[in-house]
Each structure stands twice: as C-alpha cells, then as structure tokens.
Design a protein around this ligand. Structure first.
Ligand SMILES: O=C(O)c1ccccc1N[C@@H]1O[C@H](COP(=O)(O)O)[C@@H](O)[C@H]1O
Length: 207
C-alpha cells in the first residue's frame, strides 16, 4: 500500500509552514476565502511560499471565487495545485493553468459516484463533512462508511481529523491523502506544533 500523503491546510504563518514540512507533511493549503478565519492575503501567502524548500506542494483553496481572482493568485504566488471548495463546475475548475482537486461535501443525498464522475479531470477528490451554511473547515467528521471500498478516484479524506482519529480514518478508508486544518490548531489560523507532529506521526503509524 502506498504511503498516505498529508496536507496541512489553513497556513497563515511561515513558522507553521516550516513546522508542518519538518514534521513530514507533503502539502500545505492556503485559504483564499475572505469569510474564513484562516483566510490569507495573496501577498502574505506569496511571501510564505517564497521561503519554502523544494518538493512541497502548495495548494490554493477557493470557494466560488471569480476567475480573475484565481488567475491573480496563480500569477502572484507559487501555487502548484488548486482546491475548489464551492459550487464550481468541472469546466471552471479545469480552465486554469494548474491541476485541481475538487472538494465534495458529504450531504446526505449526495450521489458520490455520480459527483466524482462529473469531475473526471480532477487530480483527486476531497471528501469533507457537510454542515449547511459552511463551505468547509467545520471540524466535523462524517460517516466514513459512505465511501465505497473501490475508490472512484484518488480520495483525500478531510473533515474533523485530528491525531486521535486519523489512524482509524486511514485504516477505514485507505485514502490517497488526509487533509487537516482545525485539528492541528491552537486557535483559528494558528497551528500547534505538537498537534502537527502528533498528527503526522499517527498517519505514519497507520501506514
Ligand atoms: O478552513 C477553512 O476555514 C475552510 C473554509 C472554507 C472551505 C474550506 C475550508 N477548509 C477545509 O475544510 C476541510 C476540513 O477542515 P477541518 O480539518 O475539519 O478543520 C479541509 O479540507 C480544509 O482545508
């Protein structure tokens, strides 16, 4: 079985980015969604990213952003991958000069196979908890049994993960990667080094 990749999302400070990389994270996420408490300015993200070592994937998270804004972020920050967390359709997601992952929120009525099929150009599908009125970052888990054993695409598991449940999540779902934000924070937008280290260690232990 391939090693489960780890993405730490909601980075707002260089020290948190470097802590995550030192701990062994594969990818960092930057939230370009103003209502989020983890939202970053483009300049702020660009300055952090410019100081990162090689071989770390940088991800820009958007929620129903204007095309011009996505292009501006790509232009001004060294972004490797886009993450669309809103109601964007495949044509929009696939129209930029970067690969993308599409987040699907696990609404009770969601037809997962059909949704995944409608984003066949995505590099991976991120599955997150559903809470009405919140596009993500809920800190809540969902019923992992809803994910079929045969994954229709590479799955990034998200939603309420922390060092106390991530090993169980990896064992249950065998995702391509896990994504965490709130579970490794000391306060909104500020990461906790101990929590990051414990989280990555738990993923490693589960592999
Ligand atoms: O983190 C946010 O504030 C956020 C806002 C809007 C959309 C997505 C957001 N975060 C993503 O949500 C999931 C789960 O987060 P958590 O671990 O439950 O806090 C993750 O992919 C975050 O990147």
């Amino acid at each position: 079985m391939a090693r489960t990749r780890v993405k730490i999302c909601g980075i707002t400070r260089l020290e948190d980015a470097l802590t995550a990389i030192e701990a062994g994270a594969d990818a960092l996420g930057f939230v370009f969604y103003a209502p989020s408490p983890r939202s970053v300015e483009v300049k702020q993200a660009a300055e952090i990213i410019a100081q990162l070592p090689a071989f770390v994937t940088t991800t820009a998270l958007f929620v129903n952003a204007e095309r011009e804004f996505v292009d501006l972020v790509i232009r001004d920050a060294r972004i490797d991958l886009l993450q669309f967390h809103g109601d964007e359709d495949e044509a929009f997601c696939n129209s930029f000069s970067r690969p993308y992952i599409k987040a699907l929120r696990m609404k009770p009525e969601l037809d997962l196979n059909a949704e995944v099929a409608s984003f066949s150009s995505a590099q991976a599908i991120l599955l997150d908890a559903y809470r009405p009125g919140m596009p993500g970052g809920t800190g809540e888990i969902f019923d992992w049994d809803r994910i079929p054993e045969q994954h229709p695409a590479p799955i990034i598991l998200a939603g309420g993960l922390d060092s106390g449940n991530v090993a169980q999540a990896v064992a249950a779902v065998t995702p391509y990667a896990v994504d965490v934000s709130g579970g490794v924070e000391q306060s909104k937008g500020i990461k906790d080094a101990n929590k990051i280290n414990m989280f990555v260690n738990e993923v490693t232990r589960a592999n």
